[in-house]
Structures are given as structure tokens and as C-alpha cells.
Design a binder for this molecule. Structure first.
Ligand SMILES: Cc1cc2nc3c(=O)[nH]c(=O)nc-3n(C[C@H](O)[C@H](O)[C@H](O)COP(=O)(O)O)c2cc1C
Length: 232
């Protein structure tokens, strides 16, 4: 049976919830293995002076209802500092091979600690050590200095690593705890655009909006989505 969310056009009566479509597109990109990181997305944050900055991060969870996605990062990185002063973000996914783009705008909040703990525990030990070893976005004199820092921090954690820190994957020893400065960020969607590539640049575009009302540290009360079709 064909999946209605993977149709070549948006239906005339636009779907009530675009996040179900967005999730289906993300799942399909992963299923087809269209690129090495099908869950990669460009994340835009804005600094206190209004300067936007974009970078790629990986979407590690996509929760269609009530409608947010999750990425993981260093809470002292440039992006996280910018989110501290302005939680408004924009995200785009693009799968060239599928002719699909998703644009999401919304509000970022830090994930609950238990969720970050669970995800960190599921990562391989090399990635876990990486979260301790790098002060993301801070300057460092050389790659050699970075590797020395990584090795020193590994030793502080009681881990055995080779002199050149090349064998991080095979490190053994005690459980590596999640650093307090590393965890998840939830992006709650207040606007979504679904874009399907069409012939002769006659693409299909639908844009949905809704209001978000802050409920607590991690959650929003969400309104119904309102969709409109846009010209390409
Ligand atoms: C394919 C790809 C995936 C990435 N995934 C992440 C990620 O999930 N989290 C992250 O913090 N950085 C990730 N990065 C690195 C970021 O693009 C960026 O260099 C880093 O987060 C520092 O950004 P900032 O200084 O603006 O905070 C990824 C980069 C690429 C190219």
C-alpha cells in the first residue's frame, strides 16, 4: 500500500498536521539511505545583536505530536549561548534525491535531564569521551593541544587511552557519565513548510502555523495547525 505522506503533491485540502508528513519524509530518507546523514538539518540561531548563524546538526528524535524535534550539543557552544539569549530558531532539512525540503521555525528549550542521560548512555564510548574532551566553539592553539586536552580529561575520568588518543573507540574502564554541559535541545515547531520539487520549478509548498504557549521548562501548550498553500 502506498504511504499517503509520500505523495508527489500535497492534497488540495491540506493535511491537518504537517508534522506527520515531516516525520514520514525523515523516516523515508533514512529508509532509503539517501545520504550518509539523512537526519542532518541546518539550524539557525540569532545572537544578541541580531546576527543569524547557521550550522548542521543531527536530528535525533522527531515527535510529531505534540510537535518538536531534538538535537544534542554542548550547552556552552556558540549555538547554545545564542539560544540562551534568543530561543527562536529555524531548521531546514533537504533531501536532494527525494526532491523534498522541510522548513521549521520555533522555540528551543533544553531537554529534560533524564532524556539527555538516556541518550548519552546509548552513545559509543568514543563519542561520550568527545563530549568531555572538547569545549565546543572555544578557541584552541592546535590539533595537538586538542588531543592533549582530550587525553588529560580521559585520564581524569579514569579511562585508558593510547598516547595519540587514536583508539578512543576501544577505550575501556569505568562508565563515562554525561557532562552537565552536554545534552538535548528540543525545537518546538510554531511554523512548518513542506516543499515538494515539481517540474519546471512548479513546486508544491504548504505552510502551517500555530501558537505556542509556554507550559513549563520543557513543554509548550500547542494550538491547532492552520495551513495555507504558497506559490513556489
Ligand atoms: C553532518 C554533521 C552533523 C553534525 N551534528 C552535530 C550535532 O548533532 N551536534 C553538534 O553540536 N554539532 C554537530 N555538528 C557540528 C556543527 O555543525 C558545528 O560545527 C558545531 O556544533 C559548533 O557550532 P557552534 O559553534 O555554532 O555552536 C555536525 C556537523 C555536521 C557536518
Amino acid at each position: 500500500m502506498t504511504n499517503p505522506y509520500l505523495a508527489q503533491h500535497l492534497p488540495d485540502v491540506l493535511p491537518g498536521n504537517p508534522m506527520h508528513w515531516a516525520k514520514a519524509w525523515l523516516d523515508e530518507a533514512a529508509r532509503q539511505g539517501v545520504q550518509r546523514n539523512p537526519n542532518s538539518m541546518t539550524l539557525v540561531t540569532i545572537d544578541a545583536g541580531g546576527q543569524p548563524a547557521a550550522r548542521v546538526v543531527l536530528c535525533k528524535d522527531f515527535v510529531a505530536d505534540p510537535g518538536y524535534l531534538v538535537f544534542y550539543t554542548n550547552y556552552e557552544s556558540r549555538k547554545a549561548r545564542e539560544l540562551g539569549s534568543n530561543p527562536r530558531v529555524a531548521v531546514t532539512f533537504h533531501w536532494d534525491a527525494l526532491g523534498r525540503q522541510i522548513r521549521i521555525e520555533g522555540m528551543a528549550v533544553f531537554s529534560p535531564v533524564a532524556e539527555s542521560d538516556a541518550y548519552f548512555a546509548s552513545r559509543n564510548r568514543g563519542s561520550q569521551l568527545g563530549a568531555w574532551g572538547s569545549d565546543q566553539s572555544a578557541p584552541i592553539a592546535s590539533r595537538g593541544a586538542l588531543l592533549r586536552q582530550l587525553r588529560e580529561r580521559a585520564l581524569d575520568l579514569g579511562l585508558n587511552v593510547s598516547e595519540d588518543v587514536q583508539s578512543i573507540e576501544s577505550i575501556d574502564g569505568p562508565v563515562i557519565p554525561r557532562p552537565a554541559h552536554w545534552g538535548g535541545v528540543r525545537v518546538w515547531a510554531s511554523a512548518v513548510e513542506l516543499w515538494i520539487e515539481g517540474g519546471d520549478r512548479i513546486h508544491d509548498r504548504g505552510r502551517w502555523q500555530r501558537t505556542l504557549e509556554r507550559q513549563n521548562e520543557h513543554e509548550f501548550i500547542v494550538d491547532e495547525w492552520q495551513g495555507i498553500r504558497l506559490q513556489p
